[in-house]
Design a protein around this ligand. Structure first.
Ligand code: GTP
Ligand code: MG
Length: 441
């Protein structure tokens, strides 16, 4: 097996992607009005920044009629080639999806390496993945991406990766050999991943039997999930002005008003046009999100594309299989960044909507109210029960305190009588475990 594949299948030619390498960011603008071109360029530059590339220039190109062979027009190609030369850029990032043919022709025309949005995001994930599972997932996504491009343009891949030329048996063409190699490698990765997620699945089952609700933070990348996570848990996960700062999920225990224990999970952020290969590959990791009792959608409310980001997040949530009825609360974050008028509007709007809380993870404003809101949602189906315990039943009393909200307790005829708010399923569980032959008889 060739070196490249042996060492991870997507061993990069670090040259163009090395930290400090100079890149141009190009937005082929089709006049899509949903997003602000400036914000879009800034985001892609931010993605490039996330792996240490130096963005020499951001260029929006009006592309009225995309050309199948090159995407952009001949004149535009010439202009861009000049910019590449003048800026000493070795890499050009297209904020679009490129066909393998377009990618190859652009590379020839611009005399630089060219990648598209999916390629860039895969690069970032490849660099970030820290856990075994994360690495396997990213590698799988990368191979899937490569395999798709191999079909139509293996020569490009061969030139880029040095080819796997010595592998084919007699009569086997290069492209068949490459495909087979990728397919085998992907099959092996899937088996390894299965193994890893099975182990994790066991953990989850164990936890699911525990009564604590799971709250999953979701949101667009850079919205402030980790900042809030750290504030609530006292943890110190990476929270930075960096796209995809978080890749692997982190879980911590928190307390909420009336809920002694809940699990809060911080996860990878989403981004518009998240490569489908990545969404598929990360399904296992995102199970935390899929099985959560409540989704806390953190939004950067000060971002010009905040609404578009919101629908991007909803799209990914649907794609990974989150049930539409899963309770969710929107946290309108970064309130501190708004101008006074916008801020007043936002607060009024948030107050009108039961599922929205305006806040700032940075200053802490509105965080307590948000927590109360979450607790109220989680306990919405809780009801009051009156439960009598023997005075000696310390374990029973502790259980009630841990799982419910004790509203009142008093002695009555030698027994301790609790009035306690509990989830229905907890009450059922309590009755089951507290039942003694006496009770039943
Ligand atoms: N002004 C302001 N900045 C914030 C607030 N919350 C987060 N930030 C900043 O926004 C940036 C991103 O925050 P993170 O917490 O890393 O965002 P994230 O959602 O975890 O991002 P990813 O892990 O990349 O998906 C950091 O620079 C934070 O300091 C806020 O309420 N106000
Ligand atoms: Mg984060």
């Amino acid at each position: 097996m060739s070196q490249g594949l042996e060492r991870g299948g997507f061993e990069r030619d670090r040259g163009e992607f090395a930290r400090g390498a100079r890149a141009l960011v190009v937005l082929p603008d089709r006049g899509d009005t949903r997003r602000d071109a400036e914000a879009r360029l800034a985001e892609t530059a931010g993605l490039a920044d996330a792996i240490g590339l130096v963005v020499a220039e951001r260029i929006a190109l009006r592309v009225r009629a995309p050309r199948p062979a090159t995407l952009i027009g001949t004149g535009q190609m010439q202009q861009l080639a000049d910019r590449v030369r003048q800026e000493n850029a070795t890499l050009v990032i297209f904020d679009a999806g490129l066909t393998p043919v377009q990618q190859r022709n652009l590379e020839t025309g611009l005399a630089a390496k060219v990648i598209d949005r999916t390629g860039l995001i895969l690069e970032i994930f490849g660099e970030r993945a820290a856990t075994a599972e994360g690495r396997l997932q990213v590698e799988l996504a990368h191979l899937d991406y490569q395999a798709g491009r191999l079909v139509r343009s293996w020569t490009h891949l061969e030139r880029q990766r040095g080819g796997f030329g010595f592998l084919g048996g007699p009569g086997e063409t290069q492209i068949e050999a490459d495909r087979r190699l990728i397919r085998d490698r992907m099959a092996r990765l899937r088996r390894e991943l299965d193994q890893v997620s099975r182990t994790r699945g066991l953990h989850r089952d164990r936890r699911q039997r525990a009564p604590w609700p799971v709250i999953a933070l979701v949101g667009y990348t850079n919205a402030g999930k980790s900042t809030l996570f750290n504030r609530l848990t006292g943890a110190d996960v990476m929270a930075e002005d960096l796209l995809f700062a978080t890749l692997d999920p982190t879980l911590r225990q928190i307390a909420l008003p009336g809920i002694e224990k809940a699990i809060l999970s911080d996860t990878v952020g989403f981004v518009s046009d998240l490569p489908t290969q990545l969404v598929a590959a990360f399904k296992a990791t995102l199970e935390e999100v899929v099985s959560a009792d409540l989704l806390l959608h953190i939004r950067d409310i000060a971002h010009p594309d905040s609404d578009a980001q919101r629908s991007d997040v909803e799209t990914v949530l649907t794609e990974i299989g989150v049930a539409p009825e899963t309770p969710r609360i929107e946290a309108w974050n970064k309130l501190d960044l708004l101008e006074p008028e916008a801020r007043t509007d936002m607060l009024a709007e948030a107050a009108r909507r039961p599922d929205v809380a305006a806040m700032s993870a940075l200053t802490g404003e509105g965080v307590a109210a948000l927590m109360a809101e979450i607790a109220a949602r989680l306990t919405a189906d809780h009801r009051s029960y009156t439960i009598a315990l023997d005075p000696g039943d310390g374990a029973g009393a502790a259980w009630l305190h841990e799982h419910g909200e004790v509203l009142d307790q008093h002695e009555e005829e030698g027994r301790l009588v609790y009035r306690v708010r509990l989830a229905e399923r907890d009450f059922a569980r309590f009755r089951q475990q507290a039942a003694t032959p006496d009770d039943e008889g």
